[in-house]
Design a protein around this ligand. Structure first.
Ligand SMILES: Nc1ncnc2c1ncn2[C@@H]1O[C@H](COP(=O)(O)OP(=O)(O)OP(=O)(O)O)[C@@H](O)[C@H]1O
Ligand SMILES: [Mg+2]
Length: 239
């Protein structure tokens, strides 16, 4: 899983001196410089309230930075029109902490939605949706409505929806937070398979065991700054 060194211009995501504050509050993120090389697999960690979800929101254009530059797919996001931002967002799969499934659509329809929105005919994706739902252990719940699912089942449906269209960038916020260890490992394998096929992956997690199991890049948020690696005491960890 180790990614090739970033070649200049090959980063899918680049932050330069990014700061983010909510309203008039203090900066949640300060002077953040980071790069996600194309094809890399990166974990983002740090204590609760450190700013992981906030950093992810900046990456999928849900928030604009208070200062600094964010470059996505080689483009300065501040210069994009709303239509151009929409086009970029379609290249990003997102799994949020609160899932955001559509309650009145079945699990199958929720997962198929990105493909339907992209104008693909149902016959071209129906088998793929079924296969993916079986893979995440929801083969028996395909026609269920999200409010009737457990938290872990909703999480797996949200993950299936995020990956079905094979996004260039996959962003997941605590994707294994609500599932048992067996399903958790299976989901991580889904992410590593996506990565092997070319998707750049960024996952926020508290789960240090999973981070240690995989030889992936790690970014850590501490005191509103982003550092490299899990271990604060190792020299050379400052970005
Ligand atoms: N919409 C908001 N308005 C004001 N403050 C916010 C908002 N969202 C987050 N914050 C604050 O920003 C800080 C970072 O929050 P964030 O949700 O990014 O942390 P996190 O690292 O994802 O935490 P967790 O591990 O609990 O999910 C926290 O102090 C939080 O209270
Ligand atoms: Mg969070």
């Amino acid at each position: 899983m180790s990614s090739p060194e970033a070649i200049s211009g090959q980063e899918l995501v680049r932050f330069q001196r990014v700061g983010l504050r909510y309203g008039r509050g203090p900066e949640v993120l300060s002077d953040v410089n980071l790069e996600l090389p194309r094809g890399s697999f990166t974990f983002l960690t740090g204590p609760s309230g450190a700013g992981k979800s906030t950093l992810l929101k900046l990456c999928y254009l849900h928030l604009a930075p208070s200062r600094g530059l964010i470059n996505l797919f080689g483009q300065d996001v501040a210069l994009l029109s709303p239509a151009e931002q929409q086009a970029l967002k379609r290249r990003i799969g997102v799994v949020l902490q609160d899932f955001r499934l559509i309650d009145h659509l079945s699990v199958f329809e929720n997962v198929a939605l990105p493909l339907r929105v992209a104008g693909q005919p149902r016959a071209s994706y129906a088998d793929d949706v079924v296969e993916l739902l079986q893979w995440v252990g929801l083969g028996h719940r395909m026609q269920a409505l999200p409010p009737t699912l457990s938290g872990g089942e909703q999480q797996r449906a949200a993950i299936a929806r995020a990956v079905i269209a094979k996004p260039d960038l996959l962003i997941a916020d605590e994707p294994t937070g609500n599932v048992d260890p067996v399903i958790g490992r299976r989901l991580i394998r889904l992410f590593t398979e996506m990565n092997r096929m070319g998707t750049t992956v960024l996952i926020a997690t508290h789960d240090v065991t999973t981070i240690r199991e995989l030889d992936a890049r790690v970014l850590r948020i501490e005191n509103s700054h982003v550092f490299k690696g899990l271990d604060p005491d190792k020299p050379g960890n400052t970005l």
